[in-house]
Design a protein around this ligand. Structure first.
Ligand code: FES
Length: 70
């Protein structure tokens, strides 16, 4: 997930990074990463003042297949 966040450039200054990463990791095995809307809804409590939300969703979508294959 961390690699996906880096590759998707899912941060600006990164203040939200710890919470975003932990929530993103939990999102996949808990079954809330099937669609972009699922990801946005599950993670709606994680605020990013820089509004990097589209890239964060893209990072979760990128990491999901790899996480599920392990
Ligand atoms: S990257 Fe700045 S608060 Fe999320």
């Amino acid at each position: 997930m961390q690699q996906a966040f880096l590759e998707q450039d899912a941060y600006q200054y990164g203040y939200c990074r710890p919470g975003q990463i932990l929530s993103a990791i939990a999102c996949v095995p808990e079954g809330h990463a099937n669609t972009a809307d699922d990801i946005r809804k599950y993670r709606s409590g994680n605020l990013c003042r820089c509004a990097a939300y589209p890239k964060i969703v893209a990072a979760v979508q990128q990491a999901k297949p790899l996480m599920e294959s392990r």
